[in-house]
Design a protein around this ligand. Structure first.
Ligand code: ATP
Ligand code: MG
Length: 406
């Protein structure tokens, strides 16, 4: 018979178990705790959306839309895309469900996202984000609220050291358009030194040239016109209110006038928390204000601001989470006591005591097996039921519980 080939996993996907999964879960549970502290509600949204949700909002010329989306026709002939980010889907849901009544709406989401990228450390084709948004809030205090929450999250994850908040403003639509036009003129004057990639971006997405990694581009980008020359008074005031709010909350930031973010929908505030501890994949959390996005999806003008962070990248930065030790491990010393063990196990767990049992293999070796699991306490069970405790733990709840057995 021909040998059956085991299918390989899809390139750029990960199977997580053990420490990798513990790290991942710790990031998510910390995020869930912190977002509740700030009064954000959770959302559960589809992984698949109509392609137009992303194509219309992120911008056709962006990397995500032009080359990274997983788009396919479903059996009914509709164009479907696996979500490459959260924001556009959340905006779509906001309109679909008439959530305007809840504005300003403070919401979070987390889950898998899909981008066809070249897999490497910290970069996958299925990756995961935590995401936070405030929809329907025009005031700079909303930007501040989100940044203070991000800062506290990084603090609670223990990775504030070595992570920097880089902040910029892209101005309002008029400031941004004037700056964009000036950048096109400037880069056109320096065509001869620009990289191939940047030349192709010049007309459609000139802002992206500013954060090009190409050494030749960097020199030209450094001397490019700065957004500050084009900011309207209103845009300046907005940015001033954001930075003053951060200072009031004691959140450290640095200005990065070349920070633009990859998507078309950003206005005013743009930011990234970056680190040099992850090599080339140095951005752990990024976001900004996207006042134009909901209009691009056919909705009413709706100011909004948000951020997203890669769970895998955060998980790589944190210290190894402590392993969850079981409160109790039952050792079944004689197979005739199996039903006593099953009943005891059920009672322990009902009492909120984490427990498992070793009831297979040679009875002589079961005790050693239990010790290897390193539980807080080991309960011995034989044909007469529970009869004693070894490796006594410190868990007062367990000791109370054992008294009830006597
Ligand atoms: P990058 O410049 O690293 O490609 P990005 O600007 O495309 O990031 P965003 O779309 O802003 O990233 O997503 C926010 C965060 O999601 C990033 O800062 C990063 O932590 C994470 N992220 C983005 N793409 C990936 C990926 N392919 N694999 C793992 N994490 C990712
Ligand atoms: Mg990217």
């Amino acid at each position: 018979m021909a040998k059956i080939q085991t299918p390989q996993p899809v390139r750029g996907t990960q199977d997580m178990y053990g420490e990798t999964e513990e790290r991942f879960a710790h990031v998510v549970s910390t995020f869930e705790r912190v977002r509740r502290l700030y009064g954000f509600k959770g959302l559960q949204l589809p992984v698949i959306e109509p392609t137009a949700v992303f194509a219309r909002s992120l911008g056709e010329a962006t990397d995500v839309v032009s080359k990274e989306m997983y788009t396919f026709e479903d059996r009914g002939g509709d164009s479907i895309t696996l979500r490459p980010e959260f924001t556009a889907g959340i905006a779509r849901a906001y309109l679909t469900n008439g959530w305007q009544q809840h504005a300003p709406m403070k919401v979070t989401a987390h889950g898998p996202l899909f981008r066809y990228e070249r897999p490497q450390k910290g970069r996958y084709r299925q990756f995961h984000q935590i995401d936070a948004e405030i929809i329907g809030a025009a005031e700079p205090a909303a930007d501040v609220e989100l940044l203070v929450m991000a800062d506290q999250l990084l603090h609670e994850l223990g990775i504030k050291e070595g992570v920097t908040l880089e902040l910029n403003t892209l101005g309002d639509a008029a400031s941004r358009d004037a700056w964009r036009a000036a950048l096109i003129t400037y880069f056109n004057d320096h065509r001869q030194v620009l990289s191939e990639d940047s030349l192709s971006r010049l007309e459609k997405n000139p802002l992206r040239i500013l954060d090009s990694k190409d050494p030749d581009d960097r020199g030209v980008a450094h001397a490019a016109p700065k957004i500050d020359e084009f900011l309207s008074g209103e845009a300046q005031d907005f940015f001033g209110a954001v930075t003053a709010g951060l200072d009031a909350a004691g959140v450290a930031w640095t200005r990065n006038a070349k920070l633009v973010r990859g998507l078309d929908y950003y206005r005013h505030t743009a930011f990234e928390f970056t680190t040099d501890r992850l090599g080339a994949q140095g951005t752990v959390l990024g976001g900004g204000r996207y006042d134009g996005l909901i209009e691009n999806l056919g909705g009413p003008a709706t100011p909004a601001v948000g951020w997203a962070a890669g769970i895998e990248r955060l998980a790589m930065l944190i210290d190894e989470p402590s392993v969850h030790q079981l409160d109790a491990m039952i050792v079944l010393e004689n197979d005739d006591g199996l039903h006593h063990a099953i009943a005891l196990l059920k009672k322990l767990r009902l009492a909120g005591i984490s427990a498992d049992m070793i009831a297979t293999g040679s009875p002589k070796k079961r005790y050693d097996k239990a010790v290897r699991h390193d539980p807080a306490a080991i309960l011995r069970v034989n044909e007469n039921g529970y009869y004693g405790l070894s490796a006594e733990g410190e868990n007062p709840r367990l000791l109370e519980f054992l008294k009830t057995l006597a």
